[in-house]
Design a protein around this ligand. Structure first.
Ligand SMILES: [Zn+2]
Length: 263
């Protein structure tokens, strides 16, 4: 990639990352009926002093650095999550462009991975995976398949979605019957259905394996360091999303890749 291409992709990734921050912050509140905000209104404001953020103070990442991480009117610290999401999204977009080239395929995967990033942050904070994000992820996956933007045939995309939903639903139902505890929510089934559409049915077993092992490792680590709150469980969504992203980049790798990875 040429330097202008890299800068263009990074800039686009930062702008989209900035919008993801709005989604991550406002969508759960909108769904809970806690606020009258929409994704576009009111314009961005400081959560502490409510002062609207000036356009030149709302440039992704750059403003955070120039304002030294503080609100320009009340000096309240700006949460590190805002620049972190912007930077993460920009790096992931660059990774897509580098992996698939400056091509519509890369754009389709960049959209997928941005939705996965927003879902991960929301699930981590609220333990919910909103339909408002898992559904577009599914439809866009089916559309990308029918437009040949991803290496999954329409037939495989449909079966991937069905298998993704059904397999986790089955595991969760059996788990619930045996233990009386709810292990996963319907949001997890819908997320895996969407990933099945993007990656095809054959990707699902290694994907779930990888998500379960990494989720259990993080859960164990959090438990042993007393970091676990909220009734003591780690949301599964971020691990499904991360495993899905890894699958996207290592697409075509067979199950043995994951077994090697796990060992
Ligand atoms: Zn302020």
């Amino acid at each position: 990639m040429s330097t202008p291409e890299i800068l263009l992709v990074l800039a686009l990734g930062l702008v989209v990352g900035s919008f993801l921050n709005v989604v991550v912050y406002r969508l759960p509140r909108m769904l809970e009926g806690e606020s009258n905000e929409t994704l576009s209104l009111p314009s961005s404001h400081c959560p502490t002093c409510k002062t609207p953020i000036k356009v030149w103070h709302n440039i992704p990442l750059l403003s955070y650095v120039l304002l030294k991480g503080r609100c320009s009117s009340c000096q309240a610290p700006i949460h590190w999550q805002y620049p972190a999401v912007e930077l993460t999204n920009a790096c992931l977009w660059l990774l897509c462009a580098w992996h698939w080239g400056m091509h519509p395929n890369a754009f389709a995967w960049a959209v997928c991975i941005s939705l996965l990033l927003a879902l991960s942050v929301i699930d981590w904070q609220t333990t919910y995976l909103p339909d408002a994000l898992t559904q577009p992820l599914l439809w866009i996956g089916l559309l990308a398949s029918s437009l040949n933007l991803i290496d999954v045939s329409v037939q495989h995309a449909v079966w991937g979605a069905v298998a993704g939903y059904a397999s986790l639903w089955l595991v969760a139902t059996v788990f619930e019957r045996l233990t009386g505890k709810e292990g996963m929510g319907a949001g997890d089934f819908k997320l895996l259905a969407s990933l099945g559409a993007w990656l095809g049915p054959f990707a699902l077993i290694p994907l779930v394996l990888m998500a379960s092992v990494s989720g259990a490792m993080v859960g164990f680590w959090m438990q042993s360091t007393n970091r676990l709150e909220r009734g003591g469980y780690v949301p599964f969504g971020p691990f499904l999303a991360a495993a899905g992203a890894v699958q996207a980049f290592y697409g075509g790798a067979d199950v043995f890749f994951y077994i090697n990875w796990l060992l």
